[in-house]
Design a protein around this ligand. Sequence first.
Ligand SMILES: Nc1nc2c(ncn2[C@@H]2O[C@H](COP(=O)(O)OP(=O)(O)O)[C@@H](O)[C@H]2O)c(=O)[nH]1
Ligand SMILES: [Mg+2]
Length: 219
Amino acid sequence: MSDSDDDSGGEEYLFKIVIIGDSAVGKSNLLSRYARNEFNPHSKATIGVEFQTQSMGIDGKEVKAQIWDTAGQERFRAVTSAYYRGAVGALIVYDISRRTTFDSVGRWLDELKMHSDTTVARMLVGNKCDLETIRDVSVEEGKALAEEHDLFFMETSALDSTNVKKAFELVIREIYNNVSRKVLNSDTYKAELTVNRVSLTKTETDASKKTQNFSCCSR
Ligand SMILES: Nc1nc2c(ncn2[C@@H]2O[C@H](COP(=O)(O)OP(=O)(O)O)[C@@H](O)[C@H]2O)c(=O)[nH]1
Ligand SMILES: [Mg+2]
């Protein structure tokens, strides 16, 4: 009947997600678009805001994402290990109109890897896809890089909102899937299964769907 393994209802998840990438690629605006539906054309380095929390429902459970934004430290290549600590999801952002930001992705992936001690759901995000006329990185290049590193991929625009919600929610779902897989594989859960004969249902969003065509800006 129910797949919940303890008290009914009240089950809650809190996931830490970090946004990384070169300065001015639109990290802060992606977050403000997602969390508050706001865009700031003149945004300076983030002051004061460490993270924003956003909730969504998955499988009838409340899933909260605590999404961290750098306070502009990336300009000094000094994003600290505290920033990454405990993160289970990451958006690695570049600006499709500035190739140098795309070239930095590898370095950001290395840094992420160095600081994470667990499975991290990772998505490569090509932001500013509204700037089609001055595009400097093709959708195909983005996709290829994502495939090479086994990342999800999407092009977004914090300016016109394209794919912003989708990108965050896909990462959150993937984290949730990772966690439930872990739970399903744990010995305690298996033991419980044999006792309670809980039937497992598969969620429709599964890891197999990694490289879908999530590019935007079809004009
Ligand atoms: N055209 C366009 N500009 C954007 C977009 N996202 C951010 N920007 C602009 O790019 C600049 C840097 O954005 P910001 O969010 O501060 O980047 P961060 O340094 O990575 O946090 C700002 O002037 C934003 O208004 C976008 O999707 N499209
Ligand atoms: Mg910022």
